[in-house]
Design a protein around this ligand. Structure first.
Ligand code: NAI
Length: 251
């Protein structure tokens, strides 16, 4: 049946995990989830320290120092969420890094660190949580891809490959998770104003914004609200999709 218009806490009673949530897009996803009534766990690398606890305190979330690439990341997350909250309903694989270099200088370290954080870790954590039965029926997995995984980007073979891989992974995992009553979807943001994009030289940054068919970049909340839809009961029958946030790439 259609939800009533006054239904303003769509995630009430749900336990949501957001990785890479100390700042940027992840912090805003956590904030939107808290607004929507979820119990939120914000996870980030141990070095994020105070930024992570500040984010958590601001929205009444629980902080977890967790490097998503740690071999026992899924197990630690599963144990933490089970002990405190009895399981997980929603997991957002938002943690991500760039290590840009033109092809000739794209060394092995840059390649593997980006693939590990952006692609291998979400896969390992999703499979680990499902294997342990921690992700509940009706659960949601949401991956953060990028327009760079669809249209490519100069100096980002590693990043583009990782984010394109995320889209393939979501497509492949969707039927498997459906059998357990879990949906999986991805967002592919364009140029969003965060610390990640602030590191880009001004001219390139402006070009990045204008490469969108909307002719502008976006804010973290634009990505977070799209993810909130994938997390909510409104998207019960939506799985295996990738949604561009910030329009299409003009390149
Ligand atoms: P950001 O650099 O501001 O935040 C990323 C967060 O992830 C940081 O708090 C960082 O400590 C954390 N993180 C990094 N490695 C981690 C690890 N191994 N374990 C746990 N946490 C880790 O980046 P931003 O812009 O907020 O990006 C968030 C996601 O959105 C990333 O996956 C990024 O690739 C993606 N994205 C960003 C776009 C943008 O224009 N800002 C565009 C498209 C996608």
């Amino acid at each position: 049946s259609v939800a009533p218009a006054s239904w303003d806490k769509p995630l009430a009673g749900k336990v949501a995990v957001v990785t890479g949530a100390a700042r940027g897009i992840g912090a805003t996803i956590a904030e939107v989830f808290a607004r929507d009534g979820a119990t939120v766990i914000v996870a980030d690398i141990p070095a994020a320290g105070e930024a992570l606890s500040d984010t958590a305190n601001k929205i009444g979330a629980t902080a977890l120092a967790l490097d998503v690439t740690a071999p026992d990341a899924a197990e630690r997350l599963a144990d933490f969420a089970t002990e405190r909250f009895g399981g997980i309903d929603i997991v957002v694989h938002n943690a991500g890094i760039t290590r840009d270099k033109l092809l000739a200088n794209m060394d092995e370290g840059r390649w593997s660190s980006v693939i590990n954080v952006n692609l291998a870790a979400p896969h390992r954590i999703t499979s680990g949580l499902v294997a342990k039965g921690v992700l509940k029926e009706g659960g949601r997995v949401i991956d953060v891809s990028s327009i760079a995984g669809i249209a490519g980007n100069r100096g980002q073979t590693n990043y583009g490959a990782s984010k394109a891989g995320v889209i393939g992974m979501v497509d492949a995992e969707s039927p498997l998770l459906a059998a357990k009553g879990i949906t999986i979807n991805a967002v592919a943001p364009g140029f969003i104003e965060t610390a990640m994009t602030a590191a880009i030289p001004v001219g390139t940054r402006e070009a990045g914004r204008l490469m969108s068919s909307l002719l502008q970049g976006g804010q973290t909340v634009d990505v977070a609200e799209t993810i909130a839809y994938f997390a909510s009961p409104a998207s019960n029958a939506v799985s295996g999709n990738v949604v561009r946030v910030c329009g299409q790439s003009l390149i």
